[in-house]
Design a protein around this ligand. Structure first.
Ligand code: NAG
Ligand code: NAG
Ligand code: NAG
Ligand code: NAG
Ligand code: NAG
Ligand code: NAG
Ligand code: NAG
Length: 651
C-alpha cells in the first residue's frame, strides 16, 4: 500500500521533471547579430565601472525569473540605465544563457558610454540616460543573411508573414509573435519572428514594428533578413529557427492531453532507468562517504581532486541563499563573489563569473582542474566549479578576514595591521608569487596583483586570489579583467602599452602593492591623472630625497613608537618596491630575487633606476646617471644619488 503510493508519487515527480526537461529542449540562440557601441567616453570611470557591473547583476537576477529586466544605478551623468530582454519563445533557462552571452560581450564597448547588442535570442542595452521609451533612431539597421536568392512566391509570402507578425505582436501582451506561413506553392515556409521591448507603449511598439516591416523588405530576395531597431527586433528566414512554445502558454487542450500521455509513457520507460541510476548513485555516495571522513578544506579539496571538482549549480545557488544580496562579499575582475554555506555547515566563497563557459565546459573544467592542483600556503584554494550549469561558477575556500585593501586604505581598520603583520603579508605574497612563477607543472602569470586580490586568513596571513584564471580567458575577446576591472594603477607600462606579458608584469604590480602597504596610499587608478602624481612617483621622490619616513602610513605609528629595525625594514621595502616598478622589465628583479632581498637583513640592495612614466625628454636626462645607478651594490640609504628632482618631474 505504502509502496504503491510511493511509486505513484515518484511517477508524478518524474512527469514534472520530464516536463521540465521538455521545456529545456530549446535553443538559446545566443549567436550575436550585431553590437553597437556609443562613441562617447564614459563620464567618470571610477563610478561607471561599478555602476555598470551592478546593472548587469541586477538585470541578471530578474532574467532568472522573467524574460526581461531593467535596472538603474547611479545618478546624473554617471547613471547607468540597463535593459535586457529575451524573445518570447525562449525558456527561462535559455534566456539566462543568452543573457550571459550578451552581458559578456557588451562590456567590450567600455570605456565608451554605452551600447546595445542584438543576439538571435535576446537583446541588451545600456546608456547613461533613460532610453526605455525610444523605439527608432539613426542607428537602426538591418542585416541580411546572404545565402540563397528566393523566388517571387517566397518573397510575397515574406511580406504577408511580416504583416501578420506585426499585427500579432502588437496584439499580444508580451509584444511577441512568431508566424510560420506556407508559400502558395505549398512546398516551402517562411518563418517570421517579431519582438518589441516590454518598456514601450503599444503605439510605440506598433510604430517600431511597422518601420521594421518596411526595412526588412530590403533583404528580399535573400533567404534571411533581420532588422535591428531601437525598440524592436524582427527576423524572417526560410528555415525554422523557432523554439517550441514554452509550456503553459496558450497550448490547446488537445496538446495538453497528448503531452500528458507522452509524459506518462516516457515516464514509465525512464522510471526503470532512473531506478538503476538511483541505485548506482546511492552506492557511489556510500563509497564516497566512507572515503570522506572529516570535512576540513584540505580533505574536501583532495576528495574533489580524487573524484570530481564539479559542484551542482543548485547546491551552490542554495548555499548562497539564491544569491542573496546580504551574502555578497564583493566584486572581482571576473565576477561577483558571494559567501555560501553548504548544507553540512562548510563555508565557501562562490564566484559567479561574468563569462559563460557553458559551451566550453570541458575546457573550463580542465582549467579548473589544473588551477585547483596548484597548492601553496599563500594561495587561495580553488575547490571546484559549477562547470556545466546555466552560469559558470567557481567555488573557493572562504577567508573570513576579507582583502588587504579593506585594511590598508582604511583610516581605522588600518590599525589592525601593525608593521610586523604587514611585513609578514608582504613576504607571504612574495612567496605565493614565487610559487606561481616557478612551479613546474604550469607557470602562472597572475596579471592582476593588487590589494583587493590579497585575501587574509584568520591570522592575517596573505593568500593570493584569482590566479590562473586570466590564462583560461586570454582568448576571450570580451575578457573583462583587462577591459573593465583592469586595474590601471597596477599595470606594468609595457603590458599597458603593448600587451607584452611576462612575469615581470607581476613584479611591477607587486612593487606597487608593497608601496601601498607601507604608505597606506592607493596608487592612482585613473587614466587621466598625471603619472607624476602616482604613488610610485611620490615614493621615488621621497626615496631620492632620503625622506622615506615621511610617507609611512600614519597607522603604523612609526613616529610615535619609533623602532629603528622596523623603520629600516620599511625603507628597504620601499626600495624593493621601486626596484620592482622600474620602467625596463629587464631591470626588475625576479620574484625569487625579490624574496631574497626582502628576507635577508643588511644585504646591500641595488639602487632603483628609471622611475616609470617619465616622458621621453626627461628619460634622456635620466639615462645619464643610470649607468652608475644600475645595479650598483652600494649602501642604499646613505649614498643615494642626489639628482635634482626637477629633471625628473617637470611641472
Ligand atoms: C569620479 O568620482 C569619484 C567619486 O565620486 C571622485 O572621487 C573622482 O574625483 C571623480 N573623477 C573625476 C575625473 O571626476
Ligand atoms: C552621458 O555621458 C556624457 C559624457 O560621457 C555626458 O556628456 C552626458 O551629459 C551624459 N548624459 C546624461 C543624461 O547625463
Ligand atoms: C525607420 O526609422 C528610421 C529611423 O527613424 C528612419 O530613418 C527610416 O526611414 C524609417 N524607415 C521606414 C521605412 O519608415
Ligand atoms: C550612432 O552611431 C554613430 C556612429 O556609429 C554614433 O556616433 C552615434 O552616437 C550613434 N547614435 C546613437 C543614438 O546611438
Ligand atoms: C551577398 O554576398 C556577395 C558576396 O558574397 C556580395 O557581393 C553581395 O553584395 C551580397 N548581397 C547582399 C544583399 O548583401
Ligand atoms: C517550390 O515550388 C516552386 C514552384 O513550384 C519552385 O520554383 C521551388 O523551387 C520549389 N521550392 C522548393 C524548396 O522545392
Ligand atoms: C520592464 C518590464 O516591462 N518588465 C516586465 C517583464 O516581464 C514581466 C512579466 O514576465 C512584466 O510583468 C514586467 O512588466
Amino acid at each position: 500500500m505504502e509502496k504503491s503510493a510511493h511509486t505513484i508519487s515518484v511517477l508524478i515527480a518524474l512527469i514534472i521533471v520530464l516536463q521540465g526537461v521538455a521545456r529545456t529542449v530549446g535553443e538559446p540562440r545566443s549567436q550575436i547579430v550585431k553590437t553597437e557601441c556609443d562613441q562617447q567616453r564614459e563620464h567618470n570611470q571610477t563610478l561607471f565601472v561599478p555602476n555598470f557591473i551592478n546593472v548587469m547583476g541586477r538585470i541578471g537576477n530578474q532574467m532568472r525569473t522573467s524574460l526581461n529586466g531593467t535596472a538603474v544605478v547611479g545618478t546624473g551623468p554617471d547613471s547607468n540605465y540597463g535593459l535586457a530582454q529575451c524573445y518570447g519563445d525562449l525558456t527561462s533557462q535559455d534566456c539566462v544563457i543568452c543573457y550571459s552571452e550578451a552581458r559578456t560581450v557588451l562590456p567590450s564597448c567600455f570605456p565608451n558610454n554605452g551600447g546595445r547588442i542584438y543576439l538571435d535570442g535576446c537583446f541588451m542595452r545600456v546608456q547613461n540616460y533613460s532610453f526605455y521609451h525610444e523605439y527608432t533612431g539613426p542607428n537602426d539597421t538591418y542585416v541580411c543573411g546572404n545565402t540563397t536568392r528566393k523566388n517571387t512566391l517566397f518573397q510575397d509570402t515574406v511580406k504577408q508573414a511580416v504583416l501578420n507578425a506585426v499585427t500579432d505582436a502588437t496584439r499580444s501582451s508580451d509584444y511577441f509573435a512568431r508566424v510560420p506561413l506556407l508559400t502558395a506553392s505549398r512546398n516551402e515556409s517562411v518563418y517570421v519572428l517579431a519582438q518589441c521591448w516590454r518598456t514601450l507603449s503599444p503605439s510605440a511598439c506598433r510604430a517600431c514594428l511597422e518601420n521594421a516591416s518596411e526595412t526588412i523588405t530590403k533583404c528580399i530576395p535573400w533567404s534571411e533578413g533581420r532588422v535591428l531597431n531601437t525598440g524592436c527586433f524582427m527576423r524572417y528566414s526560410d528555415t525554422d529557427f523557432f523554439n517550441p512554445i514554452p509550456a503553459a502558454s496558450n497550448s490547446s487542450n488537445k496538446g495538453k492531453i497528448i503531452a500528458i500521455v507522452v509524459s506518462v509513457v516516457s515516464a514509465l520507460v525512464v522510471l526503470t532507468v532512473a531506478l538503476i541510476v538511483v541505485l548506482y548513485i546511492r552506492k557511489h555516495r556510500y563509497i564516497q562517504k566512507k572515503r570522506k571522513g572529516s570535512y576540513d578544506v584540505k580533505k574536501l579539496s583532495k576528495m574533489l581532486n580524487d573524484s570530481s571538482l564539479n559542484f551542482k549549480y543548485l547546491t551552490v545557488e542554495k548555499a548562497t541563499g539564491n544569491w542573496d544580496e546580504s551574502n555578497k562579499l564583493g566584486q572581482g575582475g571576473f565576477g561577483t563573489v558571494y559567501k555560501g554555506v553548504l548544507q553540512d555547515g562548510r563555508e565557501i566563497a562562490v564566484k559567479r563569473l561574468y563569462f559563460n563557459n557553458k559551451f566550453r565546459a570541458a575546457d573550463f573544467y580542465n582549467e579548473v582542474n589544473m588551477i585547483s592542483s596548484v597548492e601553496h600556503k599563500n594561495l587561495v584554494r580553488l575547490l571546484g566549479c559549477s562547470c556545466s550549469g546555466p552560469e559558470s561558477i567557481l567555488v573557493y575556500e572562504y577567508l573570513p578576514n576579507m582583502s588587504l585593501d579593506r585594511y590598508i586604505f582604511d583610516a581605522t581598520k588600518g590599525k589592525a595591521l601593525n608593521w610586523e603583520k604587514r611585513f609578514e603579508i608582504i613576504i607571504g605574497t612574495a612567496e605565493g608569487l614565487v610559487y606561481l612563477h616557478e612551479n613546474t607543472r604550469c607557470r602562472i602569470i597572475h596579471r592582476d596583483i593588487k590589494a583587493s586580490n590579497i585575501l587574509l586568513d584568520l591570522r592575517f596571513r596573505a593568500k593570493i586570489a584569482d590566479f590562473g584564471l586570466a590564462r583560461s580567458f586570454q582568448d576571450d575577446k570580451s575578457h573583462i579583467s583587462t577591459a573593465i576591472a583592469g586595474t590601471l594603477g597596477y599595470m606594468a607600462p609595457e603590458y599597458l602599452a603593448h600587451g607584452q606579458l611576462t612575469e615581470k608584469a607581476d613584479v611591477y604590480s607587486f612593487g606597487v602593492l608593497i608601496l601601498e602597504v607601507v604608505t597606506g596610499m592607493e596608487n592612482n587608478k585613473s587614466k587621466t591623472t598625471e603619472y607624476t602624481d602616482s604613488l610610485v612617483a611620490i615614493a621615488w621622490n621621497h626615496f631620492q630625497q632620503n625622506k622615506v619616513e615621511e610617507i609611512f602610513d600614519p597607522n603604523l605609528m612609526m613616529h610615535i613608537y619609533p623602532n629603528i629595525n622596523y623603520q629600516k625594514e620599511a625603507i628597504k621595502v620601499v626600495q624593493v618596491g621601486l626596484l620592482c616598478t622600474q620602467e625596463a622589465p629587464d631591470l626588475r628583479p625576479s620574484m625569487s630575487t625579490v624574496l631574497k632581498m626582502l628576507a635577508k637583513d643588511d644585504e646591500p640592495l641595488p639602487l632603483p633606476a628609471n622611475p616609470p612614466f617619465i616622458d621621453e625628454k626627461t628619460m634622456e636626462l635620466n639615462n645619464i646617471p643610470q649607468k652608475s645607478q644600475h645595479y650598483s651594490y652600494s649602501d642604499s640609504s646613505s649614498s643615494v644619488a642626489t639628482v635634482d628632482n626637477s629633471h625628473f618631474f617637470p611641472r
